[in-house]
Design a protein around this ligand. Structure first.
Ligand code: SF4
Ligand code: SF4
Ligand code: SF4
Ligand code: FES
Length: 350
């Protein structure tokens, strides 16, 4: 059942909203920009960064837009000198204990903190926080965590828990020494889906296979479908010098930007030197390069020999979930009409 609409105003303009929405959701629907760091699509509001603070008439304090529900008649201001001062101070506080490594950082050019520092003209922070030691965890083949760049937005913790259902990581410690890590400081041993990397707004979590191979924005992007299981998740490949150097998935795709470890990290096979690129026929115990017509003729002859010697039902066909429906239709037609057997199956149940 459709929710009854309520009416409120944002920056003097009347807008309609469902009563269950937050101020941030209604602002976005109405193309009003509110900066955020800890907010992330599909994750529960966390209210950690306070960057989304807005004014609501009648309330004594600024409120976080991401976690404040709207109410009928609310009068909201999303920008004013006071709000600007608060947001600037929040960015300064974040920079006060942040390792400014933008020259070398994998995320430079695609980092929300860097964008905010640029927006507020903050080259250095007036404030000096206690720095976390450069605590780099690269004890696994896929993910590097650099806690000296972490802004404690909690996006990685929430995506691991709420989307992936793994809860491999959490907050550890107090004050300036708070960091994200695994229980009992064990080596990260999880599903390696990389959802945490994709959710991180700064350079604290990065993909090891993509390291130093080109920043995301320096690559050419090619949209495609994951070549593994039958789910067919959308991928965007990052191409540099004709080589796949990274992968991401759009949050607007049917898989909502989420991938598994194969889709996220399993692309190195594409350029592997051992990859089969042409047909090979075994001659005198050695595999020898052949032409396609030669290989296909040999296979057809062998099929005919098996059929006439042992019967049609000694043959079977197994097709791939990665073929199109039309290709799979043709394949089963070939198996039934040409090989003369109903022994045909498909790996879509992967
Ligand atoms: S995380 Fe962002 S702000 Fe920090 S060093 Fe990297 S690019 Fe610069
Ligand atoms: S890779 Fe996936 S399972 Fe592992 S910590 Fe990140 S989100 Fe959690
Ligand atoms: S690692 Fe990234 S996503 Fe996780 S809390 Fe730190 S900044 Fe946020
Ligand atoms: S986005 Fe609202 S508090 Fe971080």
């Amino acid at each position: 059942m459709e929710e009854k609409k309520i009416y409120l105003s944002i920056n003097g303009k009347e807008v309609a909203s469902a009563p269950s929405q937050t101020i941030l959701e209604v602002a976005r629907e109405n193309k009003v920009f509110i900066p955020t760091l800890c907010d992330c699509q599909n994750l529960s509001p966390f209210g950690a960064c306070r960057l989304c603070l807005v004014e609501v008439a009648g309330l004594p304090k600024l409120v976080p837009a991401c976690s404040t529900p709207v109410a009928a008649g609310m009068k909201i201001r999303t920008d004013s000198e006071k709000i600007d001062q608060y947001r600037r101070l929040i960015v300064e506080l974040l920079l006060s204990d942040h390792e400014p490594d933008c020259m070398f950082c994998e995320k430079a050019g695609d980092c929300l903190l860097q964008d905010l520092a640029y927006q507020y003209g903050l080259k250095n922070s007036r404030l000096k926080g206690e720095r976390r030691a450069a605590l780099i965890d690269d004890s696994n083949p896929f993910i590097e965590r650099d806690n000296s760049k972490c802004i404690l937005c909690g996006r990685c913790v929430r995506v691991c828990d709420e989307v992936q259902g793994v809860s491999a990581i959490g907050f550890i410690g107090r004050g300036f020494q708070t960091r994200i890590g695994t229980p009992f400081n064990r080596k990260l041993n999880c599903e390696f889906c990389g959802q945490c990397i994709a959710s991180c707004p700064v350079g604290a979590l990065t993909s090891k296979p993509a390291r130093r191979k080109g920043r995301k924005w320096q690559t050419r992007w090619v949209k495609t479908i994951c070549p593994y299981c039958g789910c067919g998740c959308n991928l965007t490949l990052h191409i540099k010098d004709n080589e796949i150097v990274g992968v991401h998935s759009d949050s607007s795709s049917p898989n909502e930007g989420y991938l598994c470890s194969k889709g996220r990290f399993g692309y190195e096979f594409v350029h592997h030197p051992d990859r089969l690129q042409f047909p090979l026929i075994r001659k005198g115990g050695q595999l020898v390069r052949a032409e396609w017509y030669e290989a296909l003729r040999l296979v057809a002859t062998k099929f005919q020999e098996i059929k006439s010697r042992h019967g049609n039902n000694t043959l079977a066909g197994l097709s791939s979930a990665k073929c199109t429906n039309e290709e799979n239709y043709l394949f089963q037609k070939f198996v039934r009409a040409v090989l003369g057997t109903n022994n045909v199956d498909h790996c879509a149940r992967l």
